[in-house]
Design a protein around this ligand. Structure first.
Ligand code: DQQ
Length: 507
């Protein structure tokens, strides 16, 4: 095709567009009249910032994903939940179920603190396994931090019975005095193993390793891994540990006080983990405490908590806070680093799309994008750029016609950085404006490939399969829905811009 030509084409009809906010009792499945049902049940119909296709509970606070499991044909997502307010506190386990990791049906609260009990101050994070045929959750009770279990015997995992012998681990090993929480359990040979997040005051973070035959009686073994590197934080929350690829293991941790989560790829031998490479899971400033599990096709899938980026008062006023990322599939790249991509089910979010192809930066590109109707605040945007002489390029979205409000993703070729600029994302002073960035060095001849999910207040970016940035913005104007692409470099070609609006399923 002539480079100066462009195409505006309808593409990619793949499944329905989903309602991610079914209320308790509403199936959320793709039934006729679902839009009407949603209109009746959506608790905040006029809220322009409430995400549409990222999971969040009907109201109030949510943080870490917990107990992710595929059980009897359904996906279960439990989550840290304050049922009484849109602020952190009074931790319960909320519960939702799905057949596609995107359309969720809310179920009754799974776990609540027992007054006067070992978890009276909160049911903190943990995981789920099936022990023989018995679904079991393993979690942290507070205060002080202890480990506990609960079991379920119903097919939809709606009712949970706390074990009478709780707590199953009542205190940390000597010296581990900077936290003791967030069990992650797996089967190894004839035993159950548990990784627990911890740290040593004045030294650094670590993961403790325990073993058990029955999930009830636990023996402490040794640190699975420990660190004295201050750059890796002083306490490691929410460890995940699993095999990936041919002969590697992956550790995920959320170190205090880093406010982001890290991955390590390495070798697991003699029940010790040696990290060979470290990286950041997401550099957008709003992704934390992820949990990974196996889906029905044995893909390693991860959700993470996207916290808000506005004042506490604004969250309380909104009546909700916290969302889950999209489900991400984890694999190992050719360079041995961790790779993340949207789960293939995410393709079901989009039903039609428009593409513009093979244009340089400038008016013609913009006209083509406008003609194609590339505007909105719930969409998947895919951009491919051939950098050539490009020094800087960017996408502006959530943009008002006068440009006073906009959020920008900027690629700085000289610094090899991908930045998210939120300085003008909202005219409201309730929103954070901090910039976030990820290192991204393109190899010779490599295109810049960005897939961006826009979901009202969420921006979730996947760049060249090797970095992710999730951030939060709260445009104040209803006309802040424009999209522009710009950059320096006369020879630079915008190979593709594809816009897939994501809305409600209507049939
Ligand atoms: N959130 C939970 C803890 C975990 C922390 C409490 C991470 O279990 O360490 O809500 O966000």
């Amino acid at each position: 095709m002539n480079r100066r030509e462009f195409t505006v084409s309808a593409i990619g009809l793949a499944g329905g567009i989903v309602d991610a906010h079914s209320q308790q009792g509403n199936s959320g499945a793709g039934t006729t009249g679902e839009a009407a049902t949603r209109a009746r049940t959506e608790p905040f119909p006029a809220d322009p910032h409430r995400p549409r296709f990222h999971f969040l509970p009907p109201r109030n606070w949510m943080n870490d994903p917990n107990g992710l499991i595929y059980y009897r044909g359904h996906y279960h997502l439990f989550y840290q939940h304050n049922p009484g307010a849109a602020v952190w506190g009074d931790m319960h386990w909320g519960h939702a179920v799905s057949d596609d990791l995107l359309t969720w049906r809310n179920l009754p609260m799974a776990l609540a603190p027992t007054p006067g009990g070992y978890d009276k101050d909160g049911v903190f994070s943990g995981c789920a396994v099936v022990n023989g045929s018995e679904p079991t959750v393993i979690y942290t009770g507070t205060q002080p931090e202890v480990q506990a279990i609960a079991t379920s015997s119903d097919p939809l995992l709606e009712r949970w019975l706390k074990y009478a012998g709780n707590p199953v681990i009542s205190k940390p090993p000597a010296g581990m005095n900077a936290g003791f929480r967030d069990p992650y359990v797996w089967r190894e040979g004839q035993e159950w193993l548990m990784a627990l997040g911890s740290g040593t005051k004045g030294r650094g973070g670590c993961v403790l390793l325990y073993r058990s035959q029955d999930l009830r009686s636990w023996e402490y073994l040794h640190p699975l891994i420990e660190s004295d590197d201050p750059a890796l934080g002083r306490m490691w929350e929410c460890p995940n540990f699993f095999p990936l690829g041919r002969d590697k293991h992956v550790l995920l941790i959320s170190p205090i006080p880093l406010r982001k989560s890290l991955w390590a790829v390495g070798t697991y031998a003699n029940r010790h983990f040696r990290a060979e490479r470290w990286g950041s899971l997401d550099d957008g400033g709003h992704f934390y405490a992820p949990q990974a599990f196996l889906d029905s096709a044995d893909r390693r899938v991860m959700f993470g908590w996207s916290w808000e980026g506005r004042t506490k008062e604004a969250q309380v006023k909104a009546g909700w806070a916290g969302a889950q990322s999209l489900p991400r599939v984890l694999t190992l790249g050719e360079d041995g680093g961790l790779r993340q991509e949207p789960h293939p089910f995410c393709q079901r979010l989009v039903r039609f799309g428009k593409s513009v192809k093979d244009l340089p930066f400038g008016d013609e590109l913009q006209r083509a994008m406008d003609t194609a109707g590339m505007r909105g605040n719930a969409a998947r945007l895919h951009v491919v750029l051939e950098p050539q002489d490009m020094l800087e390029a960017g996408i502006s979205f959530y943009r008002s016609p006068d440009g006073f409000e906009e959020t920008r993703i900027v690629y700085d070729a000289q610094k090899a950085l991908l930045r998210i600029d939120r300085s003008r994302s909202s005219l409201s002073d309730e929103q954070e404006r901090t910039e976030h960035s990820a290192p991204l060095r393109l190899t010779k001849g490599e295109s810049l490939r960005l897939t961006v999910f826009l979901d009202r207040s969420i921006v979730e970016v996947y760049a060249n399969d090797r970095c992710c940035l999730t951030t939060r913005v709260y445009p104040s104007r209803s006309d802040s829905i424009g999209v522009t692409i710009w950059g320096s470099g006369k020879k630079t070609i915008v190979r593709e811009v594809t816009w897939h609006p994501i809305g409600l399923r209507t049939s």
